[in-house]
Design a protein around this ligand. Sequence first.
Ligand SMILES: Cc1cc2nc3c(=O)[nH]c(=O)nc-3n(C[C@H](O)[C@H](O)[C@H](O)COP(=O)(O)O)c2cc1C
Length: 378
Amino acid sequence: MSKLLESYDMNGTQLANRVLMAPMTRSRARDTVPDASTALYYRQRAGAGLIVTEGSQISVEGTGYLFTPGIHTPEQIKGWQAVTKGVHEEGGKIFIQIWHVGRISHVSLQKDGAVPISSVAVPAKGYSCYGYDEQGQPGPVPVSTPRAMTKEDIERVTSDFVTAAKNSMEAGFDGIEIHAANGYLFEQFISASCNTRTDEYGGSTMNRLRFVLDAVDAMSKAIGSCRVGIRLAPYGRLHGMHSFDDEENTWLLLAEKLSERNLAYVHLSDQESLCNIDPTVAAIPKDFVRKFRNAYQGTLVVAGSLTQETAEELVKSGVADLAGFGRPFISNPDLVERFRNNWPLTPFDHATFYGGGDEGYIDYSGYEQTAERALQEN
Ligand SMILES: Cc1cc2nc3c(=O)[nH]c(=O)nc-3n(C[C@H](O)[C@H](O)[C@H](O)COP(=O)(O)O)c2cc1C
């Protein structure tokens, strides 16, 4: 008996199975507005117990990459309404990942060429985002040096997150996932390797957790805590995050604090899949997930380099409640059906992950359609 394919009550949201489609930026939103292709892409993948959309910026200021969708204008909300309608018509559930990239941005992406913001005025050395180069052409550009956020900035960004959460409800989402992983704004505060502030948002572990916890509370108050999920990347090394002294304690204290908040879920992003692309990146230590599990009582999602077998093991052992899959969902829209029937998986193609049009986006067929076509051709 598969536990992975069993239904699951996620704090009141009923999921058909325990397979979660992990958030994946696809950079195909021309004007930052989800379109008909976006709606079809997610509808095709509605067999997941829960879809988490690609990172969607809460404001112009929160943007780090051209062609990523937002959730702060009426046009964007309308675009997302078509997406959620399609997924719901197929019987699926969908959360939107909302993000602010902080210092992983460029002046060309900011209003009136403003400087991006972060916990401190230190750039993520060696990293690029996707903006306009000096010739005004879209492309990878080195991230700009940010300015340190004032207390007023922190309040304003928190309020932008609350507005985005409310917009997400208007767009028909079942909930939101706060992006606090992968070296973006919240991690720039959580990690002592980046945050060297001396006010109440820096220094002690609790001070570094203050911004994210206050933001979680503000959004929970606005839309209900059971609709709020959060993604973390303990031991993450993306975008200039490094190890720091009380690293384990920081993540476990955050687990404890989140445990008190009756959320939809906490989602751990294991960056293991990037270890061979970026040598500075490391996987989450194996025994750490268990420790996190002990500290956090609610629904726990783990994602990163899982196979059907390892995911099954993960949920059967009770270490996680839901298993997240990223890349396999790109090339296997019917991933859950393939698991159910032991059908083979179509390999993914890195070349079409980001940008471009419908190729590599909505042209992957389900296994049955592919098999049918092969029969007709023979
Ligand atoms: C094309 C692509 C885009 C991604 N975009 C995001 C994103 O927007 N937000 C996020 O939290 N993680 C993002 N990720 C990370 C995935 O959610 C996932 O954690 C990662 O792919 C590892 O899972 P996998 O081995 O099942 O692919 C992205 C990964 C890929 C491959």
